[in-house]
Write a protein that binds this ligand. Structure first.
Ligand SMILES: Nc1ncnc2c1ncn2[C@@H]1O[C@H](COP(=O)(O)OP(=O)(O)OP(=O)(O)O)[C@@H](O)[C@H]1O
Length: 362
């Protein structure tokens, strides 16, 4: 993702994460973004609640309450921030926590906002402590204290700010300090999408991209999209490539199936990293329990990536459980990789949900 200040977060350059700015992928992703709350598919509860917040602010003619968007990558947080600005009829400024390492960085952004502007602060949990403290006052009183000088001679010069709406996004709401969380008037917890919503998203994207997509092919792609619109759209583009090169351009079930097999997307949507995490957990650590950082080292990834990108979906799919003693593979995880859980492994200790065929997530 590239921000308005030109910074780019390369650590988030993966299938699931935002594409590099300026790339064809980024242009396509942007073209597929819904622009209004009405065309934003799924997340009905969030849409209803957010719609009310925005309508009330518009009726009062005041800046809307600050909004926190929390959830795994690719579920539509950036898209929603753009929709918030559009619905309020206000410009949008985009920055990120890592770009705000000094209080002065934040003061510069805040002091250049126009009245009512929407400030999208992505990865808000990665902001520096100094910037965070400045943000408290800015969110509450639309004011910052700029410190001039150092040591005993330092003075705080108050700077009035125009009213603005902060939209914070985080994949790790739990890391936000209480005082920061409390200053948001509305928090939207975004969850993975149902397959039926992903089918609608795929149908909409296919129409925009002019790809003939059969209904059963949409079902097949949706089922392998990890509950994530970004993944659904990316798989659609790969399947479209396959249809163009190896077939007549139409995406039917057979083409979708062959393309997804070629790209090694498994039947429940696990990708290379998800499978690496599961495989390490099963084969190197006997199914766990194992600590997050040990598991991350075993697959050569940052703990944060494993925790925020892989784990939420593995937990949701009933393949992994987070317990106070560490990460544990469920009985379903052993089954999914075609392995048998050894007698006495942690999976054997987890309750098994026969209706679901999976162990319930922690
Ligand atoms: N509800 C939705 N309906 C249709 N398309 C969606 C929806 N949500 C997301 N998308 C599409 O998915 C892609 C990724 O969305 P977006 O960039 O908003 O995710 P994000 O949560 O901000 O991800 P990250 O945290 O990685 O930046 C975009 O192309 C967007 O068009």
């Amino acid at each position: 993702m590239t921000y308005d200040d030109g910074s780019y977060d390369a650590s988030h350059d993966d299938r699931l994460l935002a594409p590099e700015a300026g790339s064809e992928e980024a242009a396509l992703e942007s073209a597929l973004r819904p622009r209004t709350l009405d065309t934003f598919i799924g997340q009905q509860r969030v849409k209803d609640q957010l719609g009310l917040v925005l309508e009330a602010a518009t009726a009062r003619g005041r800046a809307a309450d600050h909004v926190l968007l929390a959830g795994p990558p690719g579920l539509g947080k950036t898209t929603l921030s753009m929709i918030i600005a559009a619905e309020l009829g206000m410009p949008l400024r985009v920055t990120s926590g890592p770009a705000l390492q000094h209080a002065g960085d934040l003061a510069a952004v805040l002091s250049s906002l126009v009245p009512g502007e929407v400030l999208f602060l992505d990865e808000i949990h990665r902001m520096s402590r100094a910037a965070e403290e400045m943000l408290y006052l800015a969110m509450e009183d639309f004011r910052v204290d700029v410190i001039v000088g150092k040591g005993p001679g330092a003075t705080a010069i108050p700077l009035e700010l125009p009213p603005f709406t902060l939209v914070g996004a985080t994949t790790r709401a739990g890391l936000l300090p209480g005082p920061l969380r409390d200053r948001f008037g509305f928090t939207a917890h975004m969850d993975f999408y149902d397959a039926s919503d992903l089918e609608l998203i795929l149908a909409r994207s296919a129409a925009l991209l002019d790809v003939p997509l059969a209904a059963d092919a949409a079902v097949e792609i949706a089922g392998r999209s990890r509950g994530t619109p970004r993944v659904a759209n990316r798989l659609l583009r790969r399947v479209r490539d396959f249809a163009q090169v190896r077939a007549d351009g139409h995406v039917d079930l057979e083409v979708a199936h062959a393309a997804l097999t070629l790209y090694e997307v498994d039947e429940i949507g696990l990708d290379r990293l998800d499978r690496a995490v599961l495989t390490a957990l099963l084969t190197k650590f006997g199914g766990g329990p194992v600590g997050l950082s040990t598991l991350a080292v075993a697959v050569g990834e940052e703990s944060e990536t494993v925790e925020t990108v892989c784990e939420p979906f593995l937990v949701r799919a009933g393949l992994l459980a987070r317990t106070p003693r560490g990460r544990i593979a469920t009985a379903a995880a052993w089954g999914h990789l075609g392995l048998r859980a050894p007698a006495g492994s942690a999976a054997a200790l987890l309750p098994f949900d026969e209706d679901e065929g999976t162990a319930p997530s922690a």
